[in-house]
Design a protein around this ligand. Structure first.
Ligand code: URA
Length: 481
């Protein structure tokens, strides 16, 4: 490739920020033409890449790079250091010229420096994922969430997909001094910078965040130095809960002493956050207003990503009530989209029920789990938790006004009747009359029960479930006629 002749110095102009595509294209062409690193100047002026206009037939052929080198490139490109592109191209050059294993030599000064840069990006991403806080805003009645964040490096594009996965059901904008990421529920786009002033000051979430932080703050574990290293003060301004930190730190020693005295009588179960209790003071006039309240209320048990609201057309003739969102539902913000939900969809289809025309919701609106390693294991809500969420479910059903309400499993039965009734005893038509509007109901098993059965019992249980759904379809049609 390099024929040893002197090459004219080359200047590559890249987009400001993290121009991964521009860098990859340029590096490919330069390497294909045999241009050594010392002959290249990487310029980060505010102009688009000029290099793209130079015709180079080999440019589209991908470079055959060692995997570790290829993986390092996107991890380093967002770094603020203006030398990053030059360093990466030097790495590429060496990997292509006899040093394919250079990434294994961690003490190599170039490898060491690039590894440090990649680590800094990893830390910056972690901080953005952990410390970014959305605020709710409504323009023309449309609900949006807006956040302001000042990362150390050019990481907006690398960080945004995480928020898509976490908050897929919300429409949000993340503003930074360098650009914005916008998620409209379907597509992620990038646009011009914003300013802190574009983010609403208070949105009612503040109290929730503060309550959450105060209830999870453990004074006995406090280590202010480690805390500041983990959550540097520069992020505090955008995090409502940090308003509590100075007072909590001041009171930590005293609270620890009180905890030691109180220890034997402290109940083992988790304390519900206070926020949900306040919901009965609200007076939603329709389903949208109710959903707005649910969305901004803290989970009863901390940990859930977001509230998972009911889904389906108001006025649907049949409403299905499950237990609580699972792991997938929590991440996607939609009910019944995980394994149990997929089984439910299949059975509904076999029974001739249109899922899109039905209303699907849960007795409890937040995912409750315990962590096992990195896995979030579903934990059944307690009767107390179910009754805390019942107010929402009652209002929701009143607004949706279905002709038939289907309880999927024991938690839904508890939520709808206020009683722990075994499914085996009550399976079939049932009258739910706790409500101001009485509902004709139907009790059947929860689809996750079918998933847990041993293989030999699955087929029969599934057939019985589909048979229930067929009866539900008939009953729903009769009641709506
Ligand atoms: N199980 C439920 O009860 N609800 C869901 O949304 C998903 C699984």
């Amino acid at each position: 490739m390099n024929d040893g002749r002197m090459r004219a110095p080359r200047t590559i102009l890249l987009r400001p920020g993290a121009d991964l595509t521009g860098f990859r294209d340029a590096a490919r062409r330069l390497a294909a033409e045999g241009v050594p690193p010392e002959a290249v100047t990487w310029s980060l002026e505010s102009a688009p890449s000029l290099f793209g206009s130079e015709a180079a037939p080999q440019a589209d052929r991908p470079l055959s790079l060692p995997r570790a080198v290829a993986a390092l490139i996107p991890q380093v490109v967002p770094h603020r250091d203006p030398e990053r592109y030059g360093l990466l191209y030097a790495l590429i050059w060496r990997a292509l010229h006899g040093e394919r294993h250079l990434m294994e030599v961690a003490s190599d000064p170039l490898v060491h420096r690039l590894n440090l840069m990649a680590k800094a990006i990893g830390r910056d991403l972690h901080k953005m994922h952990a410390f970014l806080r959305f605020r709710r805003t409504t323009d023309d009645g449309d609900e949006r969430y807006v956040a302001w964040f000042e990362p150390d490096h050019h990481i907006l594009e690398a960080a945004a997909p995480f928020f898509v996965r976490r908050f897929a059901g919300m429409r949000w904008t993340i503003l930074t001094p360098e650009g914005r990421a916008v998620w409209d529920g379907d597509a992620l786009t990038y646009g011009p910078p914003g300013s802190r002033g574009d983010v609403p000051e208070g949105d009612g979430f503040e109290a929730g965040w503060q309550t959450y932080y105060e209830t999870t703050f453990n004074p006995a574990r406090v280590n202010p130095k480690a805390m500041r290293a983990e959550m540097p003060k520069k992020y505090w301004r955008n995090m409502p809960e940090t308003a509590s930190i100075p007072a909590l730190l001041r009171g930590a020693a005293e609270r620890t002493a009180q905890m030691i005295e109180r220890e034997p009588t402290v109940p083992a179960r988790r304390e519900p956050a206070r926020a949900v209790a306040a919901m009965a003071d609200q007076d939603p006039k329709n389903l949208d207003e109710l959903n707005a309240i649910i969305r901004r209320t803290e989970p009863l048990v901390p940990g859930a990503t977001q509230a998972v609201l009911g889904e389906g057309p108001p006025g649907a003739s049949v409403a299905f009530v499950g237990e609580q969102p699972g792991d997938q539902e929590d991440l996607k913000g939609r009910p019944f989209v995980g394994p149990a939900g997929q089984l439910l969809s299949r059975a509904m289809e076999e029974a001739g029920i249109d899922r899109g025309g039905s209303y699907l919701t849960n007795a409890v609106k937040h995912f409750k789990f315990t962590l096992r390693g990195k896995r979030r294991i579903h934990e059944k809500p307690t009767a107390g938790e179910v009754s805390h969420y019942r107010w929402w479910l009652d209002r929701e059903l009143e607004f949706v006004a279905p002709k038939l309400v289907v309880a999927l499993g024991a938690t839904a039965v508890l939520a709808l009747t206020g009683k722990a009734i075994p499914i085996t005893r009550a399976r079939g038509p049932f009258r739910f009359d706790r409500h101001e509007t009485r509902f004709q109901g139907f009790i059947t098993v929860h689809p996750s029960y079918l998933l847990r059965l041993p293989d030999e019992a699955k087929e029969e249980a599934y057939a019985a479930f589909v048979a229930d759904l067929k009866r539900i379809a008939t009953l729903g049609a009769e009641l709506s006629a």
